[in-house]
Design a protein around this ligand. Structure first.
Ligand code: ADP
Ligand code: ADP
Ligand code: ZN
Length: 231
């Protein structure tokens, strides 16, 4: 039995990929892994939303695609991802949340990691029922101050209207988290991202977790995988 790894006892920088459709729980689990293992969550969705809010060229190009539930071009996403990977905090290890999302992005990631002497520790497919994802995404909201994720039915703050993590009282919802756009996002997932499950299977790094259980039990399953691949 291996003991639970802590940032101090991890022997090499972990590169963990979370694969799953919108609403699978990637962001929720990535934040929990970040806290527990000191890894850095790298969400291309968050980075793109920040670019849209900042009104950069990339953000302007991405905005309408994101609102329609399509995929932003590999070129834009890769440029944003590379910039973020160049920041020193990522040396602790990263959890890629929402990236790669196309075979082109997966190949570019392989090249980027090879340059840095890193390799993928595990690509975890979060197995969920598509039909349940509409309810997951439609009920999603986050703390406007710290980004902690909540759900109208499945994850409410302990004190109504008050963030568990930071005590903040302002919350927000994403423009694309509506039932109409979720359909387009699920279609994009199956057309472009689901093939990556086989890609990582062939490379021997694929793991699967049941994403339909309780948040804490999924976190325990993921923790076992991280402990194993970083031992
Ligand atoms: P993703 O990043 O994969 O799109 P999120 O982590 O944002 O998904 O989760 C989508 C919504 O579902 C959020 O409102 C979150 O609180 C909720 N959620 C996450 N995991 C579960 C789960 N295992 N059971 C029920 N609801 C969940
Ligand atoms: P979710 O996990 O709920 O699908 P994300 O926050 O990961 O949401 O992504 C929101 C939107 O940002 C996507 O619908 C897509 O338009 C864009 N996006 C995020 N990551 C990528 C990526 N790796 N490649 C292309 N588009 C992306
Ligand atoms: Zn908060």
């Amino acid at each position: 039995m291996s003991e639970t790894m802590t940032p101090e006892t991890m022997t090499k920088a972990a590169v963990l990929i979370l694969l799953g459709p919108p609403g699978a729980g990637k962001g929720t689990q990535a934040r929990m892994l970040e806290e527990r293992y000191g890894l850095v969550q790298l969400s291309t969705g968050d980075l793109l939303r920040a670019a849209v809010a900042a009104g950069t060229d990339a953000g302007r190009a991405a905005k309408s695609v994101m609102e329609a539930g399509g995929l932003v071009s590999d070129e834009i996403v890769l440029a944003i991802l590379k910039d973020r990977m160049a920041e020193p905090d990522t040396a602790k290890g990263v959890i890629l949340d929402g990236f790669p999302r196309t075979p082109g992005q997966a190949e570019a990631l392989d090249a980027l990691l090879a340059e840095q002497g890193l390799k993928i520790s595990a690509a975890v497919s979060m197995e969920v029922d598509d039909a349940a994802m509409v309810t997951r995404v439609s009920g999603r909201y986050t703390c406007a101050d710290c980004g902690e994720g909540y759900h109208d039915s499945f994850k409410q703050p302990a004190v109504d209207g008050c963030c568990d993590k930071c005590g903040g009282k302002a919350f927000k919802r994403r423009a694309d988290d509506n039932a109409e756009t979720v359909g387009a996002r699920l279609t994009a997932y199956h057309a472009s991202t689901a093939p990556l499950i086989a890609y990582y299977g062939q490379r021997g790094v694929l793991r699967k977790v049941d994403g339909m259980g309780a948040i804490d039990s999924i976190a325990a399953d993921l923790g076992r995988i991280v402990d194993e691949v970083t031992a």
